[in-house]
Design a protein around this ligand. Structure first.
Ligand code: GDP
Length: 144
């Protein structure tokens, strides 16, 4: 059975252009419960740890520069089938390929500055949520 949570990051570009509110509205309107939320600035080592799978990609340093360039909003989103449903709401990594009505189509500037992150599997969602939030910062509607 698919999991019920995913981790999102509203990235520095979207925070800088005051898109936090509109993005959270799209998230709520699509049926997600916000189980945790905070505004923080990632350190270089936190960003490098988070994106370690991309360590050997040519865009890695640029991605880390971008992700540490300003504050980000980190959240845990809950609903049935959360990972796949949120990836659908985000749209393609490249906003030029993203469908109408998706967050990236609406708010992303380019393939790197693409407004939001969403976990890509239930296993990674679990790891990412635990990386950013302690148990007293989370308010699940599923885990009672
Ligand atoms: P996601 O799961 O859709 O976020 O995509 P990936 O896991 O493949 O990539 C992680 C992040 O790296 C993306 O959200 C972008 O911010 C960035 N990224 C991915 N591909 C590229 C690329 O080809 N060039 C650049 N500059 N950044 C990229």
């Amino acid at each position: 059975m698919a999991g019920t949570k995913t981790l999102t990051i509203i990235k520095p570009d979207a925070v800088r252009y005051e898109h936090i509110g509109p993005i959270l509205t799209m998230i709520n309107s699509s049926g997600f419960h916000i189980a945790a939320l905070k505004l923080i600035r990632l350190s270089r080592s936190e960003a490098e740890h988070f994106y370690v799978v991309h360590k050997n990609k040519p865009f890695f340093n640029s991605l880390i520069d971008f992700m540490t360039s300003g504050p980000v909003v980190i959240g845990i989103l809950e609903k049935e089938n959360a990972v796949a449903d949120y990836r659908k709401l985000m749209g393609n990594t490249d906003p030029l390929k993203a469908e109408e009505g998706t967050i990236r189509k609406k708010f992303a500037a380019n393939i790197e500055r693409n407004a939001v992150h969403g976990s890509d599997s239930d296993e990674n969602a679990e790891k990412e949520c635990n990386f950013f939030f302690s148990c007293i910062e989370r308010f699940s509607v599923f885990d009672k």
